[in-house]
Design a protein around this ligand. Structure first.
Ligand SMILES: *Cc1c(COP(=O)(O)O)cnc(C)c1O
Length: 487
């Protein structure tokens, strides 16, 4: 078996270089226009990629396989780095992070135990320490990288549930399972928070019913008065509030819940405060706007997503906790992997803090990208995206044919075409127009925008993460949308 693995053998190195150079050339050739998508619909794509079998009796070899990949896959891949891509919290990737990814896969470190990732473990620890300081946590804090915001949130909810059961109910949940009165446990989050809250509640045996949805105000922020009433009422009824999740950057609108007030309420009633900052975590690096998230240090735990505002490849996320001892409830020792004595001898096994076992060395991407760009580089990228959103909002605000939800606090703008809308029938007609403009742009213009529902109406959604988008681009886009809507 020749040249199957990259090793110290010279011929394996030249095979690797040839393969990677061909790959890089083909990737670059694919960027032949600024379109975000080549256009095919689902049926057409199914036809394009269908093979009689993907496991032939005899292998096709590299050249033929790569030819097929170049022909069928590459041209049809979505290009999130295009200036015409702005639907979701799905980011373009910085060039240096593509180098990180090549290193991560070439060496395939696994972050569960030190002996599978020596320097990688030390880098993750160092990155986590810096992140704890960046978000205002002290020396006794810690964190771990995860597969994404959903898993970061789930981890935080486990820590919160286990802390509460142990410290407040004096019940060892790891040993005995849920406490007898578990049906009374309640967590609170805004009605527009991420669905990973309900999903986690279900997975953790608490059920959807344990998640209390708090109304939002006209700016899409959690209504604090409503929250405190719900908590007080629940306590009176004998229910047990254990967690409040503040969203720092809601997925659709980028709105920011009032952390300071929520933190006071949590303190008063011994409730864990988790901040889902999957979206808003980048704001801390904008000199001009960082005060919007400066109260994050009042949280007990924080979700940070690097595959959103920080422009790093999927997956890259982190959960931080103010008190590192809370991670102990995720530790189980295995004789073959993470022996108890390892820790005393200075060998860190990160599996002790994670719900994953085998895990990627994603921390390298943060380590390299933070150093390469520094505070000033990141400030420029994040501030620009936030100001682009403000510009787009002002454009549609001034245009009577459009209705916008609220001034952006981060980098999302949500608006709809609302021309001549007086009756319910007009609204329904405009809902259909808004839906069709999204598909028209996707399939016929190579422009990808988002769509959501707010106040029972269909809205178009723009999530601006690409710092190469210029104001002219946004004006052109609004004009194009208006033209397509009026057609
Ligand atoms: C994106 C997002 C998540 C989920 O993060 P993934 O990385 O997609 O798992 C959770 N919360 C908020 C507010 C988000 O915007």
């Amino acid at each position: 078996m020749e040249n199957i693995l990259l090793s110290n053998d010279e011929s394996s190195k030249s095979e690797y270089k040839k393969t990677m150079n061909q790959t890089i050339d083909a990737i670059c050739d694919t960027f032949d226009s600024d379109k975000a998508y080549s256009g095919p619909k689902p049926d057409e794509l199914k036809k394009i990629i269908h093979q009689k079998t993907i496991l032939p009796e005899h292998g096709l070899g590299w050249e033929e396989t790569f030819r097929l990949t170049k022909e069928k896959v590459l041209p049809n891949l979505l290009r999130p780095s295009s200036v015409n891509y702005m639907p979701h919290l799905h980011s373009p990737c910085t060039i240096e992070s593509l180098s990180s990814e090549a290193i991560i896969s070439a060496f395939n470190q696994s972050m569960d135990s030190w002996d599978q990732s020596p320097v990688a473990t030390e880098i993750e620890c160092e990155v986590v320490n810096h992140l704890c300081r960046l978000y205002g946590f002290g020396e006794s804090s810690s964190g771990v990288f995860t597969s994404g915001g959903s898993q970061s949130n789930e981890t935080a909810i486990i820590l919160a549930r286990n802390w509460f059961c142990s410290k407040i109910l004096n019940h060892d949940i790891n040993k005995f399972g849920l406490p007898e009165n578990f049906k009374r446990l309640r967590m609170y989050t805004s009605e527009i928070s991420h669905f990973s809250m309900e999903k986690s509640a279900a997975i953790l045996g608490l059920g959807y019913e344990s998640v209390v949805k708090v109304p939002v105000d006209s700016k899409m922020r959690m209504d604090f008065k409503a929250l405190s009433n719900l908590v007080e009422n629940d306590i009176q009824k004998g229910n047990i509030p254990f967690l409040i999740v503040a969203t720092i950057g809601t997925t659709d609108f980028g709105s920011i819940d009032p952390i300071e007030k929520i933190a006071e309420l949590c303190k008063k009633h011994n409730i864990w405060l988790h901040s889902d900052t999957a979206y808003g975590s980048g704001v801390i690096l904008s000199e001009k706007y960082k005060s919007r998230v400066s109260a994050l240090n009042l949280s007990d735990s924080i979700t940070v997503d690097f595959h959103k505002m920080f422009l790093l490849p999927i997956s890259c996320s982190c959960v931080l906790a103010k008190d590192k001892s809370d991670f102990r409830s995720l530790t189980i020792h295995a004789d073959y992997l993470n022996r108890e004595e390892d820790e005393e001898e200075g060998y860190t096994n990160l599996v002790d803090k994670s719900i994953q076992t085998t895990r990627r060395f994603d921390a390298l991407k943060v380590w390299m990208s933070f150093q390469e760009r520094g505070k000033d580089g990141w400030n420029e990228i994040i501030t620009k995206n936030m100001e682009n959103a403000l510009y787009l909002y002002k454009l549609v605000e001034q245009n009577p044919n459009f209705e916008a939800i609220t001034e952006p606090e981060i980098s999302s703008v949500v608006f709809r075409f609302c021309k001549d809308e007086k009756t319910e029938a007009d609204k329904n007609r405009n809902d259909e127009i808004n839906k069709s403009v999204r598909l028209e742009l996707l399939h016929n213009h190579g422009i990808v925008i988002g769509q959501t529902i707010a106040n029972n109406k269909v809205f178009l959604k723009f999530t601006l993460l690409n710092p190469l988008i210029e104001k002219e681009k946004l004006s052109e886009l609004v004009n194009l949308i208006q033209k397509v809507c009026e057609k």
